[in-house]
Design a protein around this ligand. Structure first.
Ligand code: FE
Ligand code: ZN
Length: 472
């Protein structure tokens, strides 16, 4: 220890004063005496000397990581899931196909009965009067004369229907999809029904449903983790925003609508497009990334056609993957209904049928991919997620799980890799884009994706904001 007197005289000889506590400090830390003498101050205080100390010499400070206090934590989640998939069915027999079609026709017939008063096809009479029927579209074609001819089937029989090419409803008739259930009105003559009105089940405007607590939900999909085009830096930006930004403080739910990973063997030659070539490792990576999301946020995760559960729909939840290790994950089927706080109903459907629908509906062919709400609107009005059987390789269950039995408040899809939000009769239609950059395949088809965009909805006001992490 350097004696007190010596310290005082050193400072005094340089014309400086030093406070008693500063002297005491220097007694213990004599290495700082020379530095303190060079300070351009007349009165040297202990704070001035402490500042001279090199940071590494400071005693280690114990950092206790304090969890962020955010409004979303104040509210317990209340969530009810209705998986639309019959897991007990193992084998499928011919009679299952039968009961499947009966279920489809009966369910949608019931909805249409609210709009028209039909008779059975076998009761059609050549009486010159307008008669109404409901049936499944069995086949549809254009006649050599350019008219549209389609066959409708109900429980009593078949009838051929004609829409004249000069008719006002010809454009509407072009949009009719095979296997969909519709109502038609027309005059029966020479064994043909001459159609003058086509009716889809649709639904009357809903009352707009709001939550009475201030929480938000995020809608995303098509992460394609494992693909060489997965935008990990953009996804990390999103995760960082979730953990640190003021704007994310009310987020309580994240809905992820399928294609969590890129999968393996989904299309020929996929191998070269994969960064992670083992599907289980793709899910491990997905788990590690999603584990960054704070636990108070619930993740509702549905599968898509790139996931491990196979393409045919409905698809069971992703239970046998490492995603089930996430404590805050709720793994659901595709499609499924999720009800929040016993109030707000969300229908999640990945959207595999939309490719076929865009091809089959002439008015959507050019615009369907850039405005993915349009095919969503078509399935909603038809009250069926995949009206054409061929579009999704539907697995026939004893009932048709793809019928939209209940109109949701929010209808969430993905698959098309483009983002859009639309309101229709107080239902919010969200297609939530992707976190995958444009793939070679998409380049070839001329599809331009909208990557890195999330849809943030305030569930108390139903206001929606799109946030683009490619631009942040
Ligand atoms: Fe996808
Ligand atoms: Zn997909």
């Amino acid at each position: 220890m350097v004696p007190r007197k010596e310290i005082v005289s050193k400072f005094f000889s340089k014309g400086k004063f030093i406070t008693p506590d500063a002297i005491e400090y220097l007694e213990k830390e004599p290495s700082l005496i020379e530095l303190a003498l060079s300070l351009e101050k007349t009165v040297i205080k202990v704070e001035d000397i402490k500042k001279l100390k090199k940071p590494e010499e400071e005693k280690p400070i114990l950092i206790i990581k304090k969890e962020r206090e955010v409004p979303a934590k104040e509210y317990e989640e209340e969530i009810e899931v209705e998986n639309l998939c019959d897991f007990s069915m193992k084998e499928r027999k011919a009679k299952d196909f039968n009961s499947y079609f009966i279920s489809r026709l009966q369910n949608i017939q019931e909805m249409l009965m609210k709009r028209i008063n039909p008779i059975s096809i076998s009761n059609l009479r050549e009486n010159g009067e307008i008669q109404s029927i409901i049936g499944i579209v069995y086949e549809k074609r254009i006649s050599p004369a350019g008219n549209i001819i389609f066959t409708l089937e109900d429980f009593s029989g078949f009838v051929k229907c004609i829409v004249n090419k000069e008719s006002e409803i010809f454009k509407h008739a072009q949009d009719i999809l095979e296997d969909e259930v519709i109502g038609v009105k027309g005059i029966y003559k020479n064994n043909f029904l001459f159609v003058n009105e086509i009716i889809h089940p649709d639904f009357p405007a809903k009352e707009k449903v709001y939550l009475d607590i201030p929480i938000d939900a995020i809608f995303i999909s098509d992460l394609h983790i494992g693909s060489i085009d997965f935008l990990d830096d953009i996804f990390l930006k999103f995760l960082d925003w979730l953990k640190t930004s003021k704007e994310a403080e009310k987020v309580k739910f994240i809905f992820i609508c399928g294609d969590i990973v890129d999968g393996v063997g989904i299309y020929p030659g996929q191998e070269k497009d994969l960064r992670i070539k083992d599907i289980y490792k793709q899910y491990d990576k997905a788990r590690d990334l999603l584990a960054e999301i704070p636990d108070y946020i619930k993740l509702v995760i549905a599968p898509g056609n790139h996931d491990i559960v196979g393409i045919p729909e409905p698809q069971p939840p992703l239970k046998d993957t490492s995603l089930s290790e996430l404590p805050n994950a709720i793994l659901v089927s595709n499609p499924c209904y999720v009800k929040l706080y016993n109030k707000l109903k969300i229908l999640m459907y990945h959207g595999y049928s939309y490719d076929g629908i865009i091809q089959s509906i002439p008015s959507l062919r050019k615009v369907g991919y850039q405005n993915p709400s349009l095919p969503m609107l078509e399935v909603l009005k038809r009250r069926h997620l995949s009206p054409r059987m061929d579009d999704t390789m539907i697995i026939p269950h004893t009932q048709d799980y793809l019928v939209i039995k209940e109109v949701p408040d929010i209808f969430h899809s993905g698959h098309l890799h483009t983002t859009s939000v639309m309101n229709y009769k107080h239902v919010t239609l969200i297609n939530s884009g992707t976190f995958q950059a444009q793939t070679e395949y998409q380049k070839m088809l001329g599809h331009i994706p909208h990557p890195g965009i999330i849809t943030l909805m305030n569930l108390q006001t139903r206001k929606v904001k799109l946030i683009n992490f490619c631009k942040i």
